[in-house]
Structures are given as structure tokens and as C-alpha cells.
Design a protein around this ligand. Structure first.
Ligand SMILES: Cc1ncc(COP(=O)(O)O)c(C=O)c1O
Length: 423
């Protein structure tokens, strides 16, 4: 089955936005790390939630009962997506940032002055600021884990230098929204756990590209954002059930005591939960229809196996496009790729490629590319620390090109053609 060509036309046909043109020009969506387009299954689930099952939870009439089923199924699907032990471990909320700020308040109650929190210089600020704020509130000490500029990775032993018996929390990024580096979170989490710390993982940029197994990763909490993996604007927080039961919930009194309700404050966006279910069903469709099975996922639920096989399949395609993009970019001496470029090391990166061009401001490049209907982002994209470390914070940051499984080799070539006159 793996021998058939990648079904790019069938996949693109699932995304209505990909067919939209502006004055006859097609759109090239390379803005994916800031949010992806959505497939028909996601749209249909959202429509149905707002038309057929639009009610709050807890009643006796048909819409509330049907909504309850979708709500539970949304949690189950997300649990399968992350290989969580149960749907009780899945918390839906407004965004990854909102959920992280929210849970940080609960974690703060476990800290004492002098306790230590590890944050990294590779992270998005959503996995830094919440922890700086609780350190300020509690008198905890921040330790910075730094990456190497020549490899865009953490040295194998870097984490050892920041762990000690006062370390209570280690906050890691699974994949960078700037350099695209995938970190060896499993190895780092094992060391952090051995030191007695809680491990929080920001998987926002990993989730669209690589199958996640929270149990194998060995972390305690992990956050991601469905709008980065073809779903609605929403955030998801996974936590080990025992931990979610232990942590103090900031909630209103009548709200349920059990997870996930104790951390899903207020009325959730049912249409977004349904939309996320639809996005996951899109991956399930790919897994069932196109992806070869992988025995590595046999310990997972049937849906979990489909989802993880789909991610393997899509990621191989995305990395081929990434190799192509990097090779074309590197043909130009004035372009610097700020991330892993070795073709044999592609499994250590997601298809998010940040570049700078000698003598050109990233904003000017982004504006010129926008005129060609090439959608890319510039600036620091909230990756303030990585961009500072790259020495680019006062230079307009980077130009970021982000590939998703619906992009094509032709789009990569047309992007290069649009960029070349600007170099
Ligand atoms: C790595 C990373 N973490 C966190 C976030 C924040 O996610 P949200 O917009 O859901 O708050 C982003 C958003 O770009 C991100 O790229």
C-alpha cells in the first residue's frame, strides 16, 4: 500500500480553502505554523454542532443528549490522538496559552520560595511567560536551558546542568515554532522525572506533524492547539489523571470536581470540540485509506493506531518537501536557514523553515511575497528567546515558511521563483 503515490489531489480536495483564488491567482498557504486550513470533516462536525446538537450539557431533550455524545467523543478522539490513558485526561479550552496560564496558577500552589523551574531558550513565550509569572508570585527560581547555535539543538547533557533536588517543574518544547527543531523530550523528561520534577510539554508545533504518545514521552502535562492541526481555534491540555485530581482547581463552586470538568471553566465551545473531532477524523480517514500500518503503534486503541500511522505517512511526505525547500533556499548564498538542514537529520525537525536574507528586512520580504499570494509570516512569532539567541530580535526576526501535508512540490518551486527576484 505504501507504494502508491502520495494522494495529494484527494487530500487537497478535502480542504475547500485550497481552491480559493484571488483575482485568478491561487493561494499558497505557507503560514501553517500560525494556523492551518480546515478539512470538510471538521466543517461538517462544526456545522452539525451548531445546527443539530446546539444545547448545553445536562438536560433531557434531544439536542443536549446528542451534544453530550459529541462532547465525550471529542475527548475520546483527542485522547487517542495523544495516546492518553483516558478521555478524563483531556481538557479543552480557549487556547494553549490560556490553558497554560490557568494550570500554572494551580501548579504555583505547590511551590515554595527557592524551588526551581526550568524553562528553555528555544520555547514560544506561551511556555515561558506563565512560568516566569508564577516564579515571581511564589519566590521560585528560574533556570534557563539553552540550545547550541551550531546544531539548533540542546546538547545531550545540557539538562543535567539545570536539574537539582530543588527542581520542581521542567517546561520543555516538543518542537520549535522558530527553528523547527524537534527536541528529545522523552530523554529530557526521564532525567527531569528522576530529579523529582513535574514535566510540562508544549507540543503545539509537534502535533500537526508527528504522532504523539504522552505515555511514552513520560511527561505529566502536555498542551497543543487544534487550529494548528486542521481544527478550530481552540487549545487542549492533557494531564495525568492522578495529577489533575491532585492539583488545586481554580473553578466556580457548582462546577464538577472530576477532571476534565474541574479545569474546563465555564461553558466549553462545543462547536470547537466537535470541530476538533472532525479534524481528527480527517487524520483517521488518511490512516485508513492511505497509510500502511505500523506495528510500533499496536499498543494503542484502534483509532490511535490509524491516527499514528497517518502521522507517519504524512510526515514522510512533508519532510520530502522540506528537503526540497531547504535545498532550493541553500542554492542562494544570501539566504541563511536558521535550523537543521542536514538531509539525514530531517527527523529532528518539523517542516517549519525560518530564514533570513542578507540585506533584506523579513517584513519587506513577507510583504513582497504577499503580493504574489504567498502566505508567510515574519518577525519573532512569539519565539522571543530563540530569535534573541539568533541575534535577530532587533533585526525583524525571521521569514517563516511552514509546510503542511496539503502543500505541494509545485508550491515550493513557485515560492522559490517568487523569492528569487527579491534576493
Ligand atoms: C510552539 C507554540 N506554543 C504555543 C503557542 C500558543 O498557542 P495558542 O495560540 O493556542 O495559545 C504557539 C502558537 O503559535 C506555538 O507555536
Amino acid at each position: 500500500m505504501s507504494q502508491q503515490p502520495y494522494p495529494i489531489e484527494s487530500i487537497r480536495a478535502e480542504f475547500p480553502a485550497l481552491a480559493i483564488t484571488d483575482d485568478g491567482r491561487r493561494r499558497v498557504y505557507f503560514d501553517n505554523p500560525a494556523g492551518t486550513q480546515v478539512p470538510n470533516r471538521m466543517l461538517e462536525r462544526t456545522r452539525s454542532a451548531l445546527v443539530e446538537t446546539n444545547a448545553n450539557l445536562g438536560g433531557y431533550f434531544p439536542t443536549t443528549l446528542a451534544n453530550e455524545e459529541i462532547y465525550v467523543e471529542g475527548h475520546r478522539a483527542m485522547a487517542d490522538f495523544l495516546n492518553a490513558a483516558s478521555e478524563n485526561e483531556i481538557i479543552f479550552g480557549a487556547s494553549m496559552t490560556t490553558l497554560t496560564l490557568h494550570i500554572s496558577r494551580s501548579i504555583a500552589r505547590t511551590l515554595e520560595p527557592g524551588d526551581e523551574i526550568v524553562v528553555t531558550k528555544m520555547d514560544h513565550d506561551a511556555n515561558i511567560s506563565p512560568w516566569l509569572l508564577i516564579a515571581e508570585d511564589t519566590g521560585a527560581v528560574i533556570r534557563w536551558l539553552d540550545f547550541e547555535l551550531d546544531t539548533y539543538q540542546f546538547a545531550d547533557d545540557a539538562i543535567d546542568a539545570v536539574l537539582n533536588d530543588r527542581t520542581k517543574l521542567v517546561c520543555l518544547g516538543a518542537a520549535s515554532n522558530c527553528t523547527g527543531t524537534i527536541n528529545d523530550v522523552k530523554a529530557m523528561a526521564a532525567k527531569a522525572k528522576a530529579a523529582g520534577a513535574l514535566v510540562f510539554v508544549d507540543a503545539v508545533q509537534l502535533a500537526p506533524h508527528v504522532g504523539i504518545d504522552v505515555q511514552d514521552m513520560g511527561c505529566d502535562l502536555l498542551a497543543c492547539s487544534p487550529y494548528k492541526f486542521f481544527g478550530p481555534h481552540q487549545g487542549v491540555l492533557w494531564g495525568r489523571e492522578a495529577l489533575l485530581r491532585d492539583l488545586f482547581p481554580y473553578k466556580v463552586r457548582p462546577a464538577g470536581e472530576a477532571p476534565p470538568e474541574r479545569f474546563e471553566t465555564g461553558t466549553p465551545s462545543f462547536e470547537a470540540i466537535a470541530g476538533t473531532l472532525g479534524a481528527i477524523e480527517h487524520f483517521e480517514w488518511i490512516g485508513r485509506k492511505f497509510a500502511p500500518g505500523n506495528s510500533a503503534w499496536e499498543h494503542m486503541s484502534a483509532r490511535g493506531q490509524m491516527l499514528h500511522s497517518a502521522m507517519d505517512y504524512l510526515s514522510a511526505y512533508e519532510l520530502d518537501l522540506t528537503r526540497q525547500l531547504i535545498e532550493r533556499l541553500q542554492a542562494h548564498g544570501s539566504v541563511t536557514v536558521h535550523g537543521v538542514t542536514n538531509p539525514n537529520m530531517m527527523h529532528w525537525r518539523v517542516p517549519t523553515v525560518s530564514i533570513t536574507v542578507d540585506g533584506k528586512h523579513p517584513k519587506d520580504l513577507a510583504k513582497a511575497l504577499a503580493l504574489e499570494n504567498m502566505f508567510v509570516w515574519d518577525g519573532h512569532n512569539y519565539a522571543v528567546e530563540p530569535v534573541r539567541k539568533l541575534g535577530l530580535l532587533d533585526k525583524g526576526g525571521v521569514l517563516r515558511i511552514g509546510i503542511a501535508h496539503y502543500n505541494t512540490g509545485d508550491e515550493v518551486e513557485s515560492f522559490i521563483r517568487a523569492l528569487e527576484p527579491l534576493l
